[in-house]
Design a protein around this ligand. Structure first.
Ligand SMILES: NC(=O)c1ccc[n+]([C@@H]2O[C@H](COP(=O)([O-])OP(=O)(O)OC[C@H]3O[C@@H](n4cnc5c(N)ncnc54)[C@H](OP(=O)(O)O)[C@@H]3O)[C@@H](O)[C@H]2O)c1
Length: 260
């Protein structure tokens, strides 16, 4: 890589934390951050997975990594994860706030328990992580970048996703609200809105006829490849995006343009 690109987009010396790093998009983000030079803390509930992933990313990239148990629905767990990250590497200044679940169902059939689980993870959980990281950056007197993984379903809606789409729309407004307040501290808050990427959250659905037809009707006529999320995330993470905050960036092959 030329010095220009390294100087512009590189993350050398930065400490990054990925919430929901044990699979799919979060695992991809953790590896990309390490390749860009950051020290990377991987957080999730499935600790065996993040420990293995942290070791393989360190081997592959030469960057330092750390696995920490993290349940974003539990504030104490969030605080403990940031404590461990800070102890190992210093203040976290790049946060991929990515943990999420989906429990598809018709809106009239969804249980209160499923609604609560979705909101507690996707919206309140993201708030826990964003607030905790913001507080710590302000206390340390450093700026940084918080990147919330929302969804194109936060921009428009699809069937059987009332609680999920509502939670992601909430994440977008939380992003905008925190971006305006945290600008004065040099902390940027942005959201990435992925279209459909095959991961554990949706692989069964995407294999069905309904899923295949939905993809065929989308402008790109395919799901995204996980590596296609890396550069948009790295741009938001890096100082290259120093004047970009409060943004909801679709990475979706124009799928969101066609949503109702
Ligand atoms: N794939 C897509 O097409 C797509 C599209 C738009 C948005 N998204 C969003 O992208 C994010 C990542 O999803 P994915 O597609 O990569 O699916 P995934 O492979 O199922 O990953 C979900 C991640 O979230 C973590 N997670 C779930 N609940 C958690 C909790 N309470 N505390 C901590 N971590 C938790 C999971 O880790 P543990 O289970 O180990 O805790 C896992 O690492 C989600 O926010 C999702 O809504 C995905």
């Amino acid at each position: 890589m030329s010095n220009y690109l390294v100087d512009t987009f590189g993350l050398e010396g930065k400490v990054a934390l990925v919430a929901g790093a044990s699979s799919g998009i979060g695992a991809q983000f953790a590896k990309a951050l390490a390749k860009a030079g950051a020290k990377v803390v991987l957080g999730a509930r499935r600790v065996d997975r993040i420990e293995a992933l942290a070791a393989s990313i360190a081997d592959e990239t030469g960057s330092k990594t750390l696995a920490v148990a993290l349940d974003v629905t539990d504030r104490k767990s969030v605080v403990a994860a940031f404590d461990k990250a800070e102890e190992a590497f210093g203040t976290v200044t790049v946060v991929c706030n990515n943990a999420g679940i989906a429990i598809p169902n018709w809106s009239l059939e969804e249980s209160e328990d499923d609604w609560d689980k979705t909101m507690n993870t996707n919206l309140k959980g993201m708030w826990h992580v964003a607030q905790e990281s913001g507080k710590r950056m302000v206390a340390a007197g450093v700026g940084g970048s918080i990147i919330n993984t929302a969804s194109i379903l936060g921009l428009g809606v699809g069937g059987m996703q009332t609680s999920y789409a509502t939670s992601k729309a909430g994440v977008l407004h939380m992003t905008r609200s925190m971006a305006t307040e945290l600008q004065r501290f040099g902390i940027r808050v942005n959201a990435i809105c992925p279209g459909y990427f095959k991961t554990e959250i949706n692989d069964e659905f995407l294999e069905t006829e309904l899923g295949q037809n939905m993809l065929k009707r989308s402008p790109a006529r395919r799901a995204g490849r996980l590596e296609e999320l890396e550069a948009p995330m790295l741009m938001l993470a890096s100082d290259a995006a120093s004047f970009v905050t409060g943004v909801a960036l679709p990475v979706d092959g124009a799928h969101s343009v066609t949503l109702p």
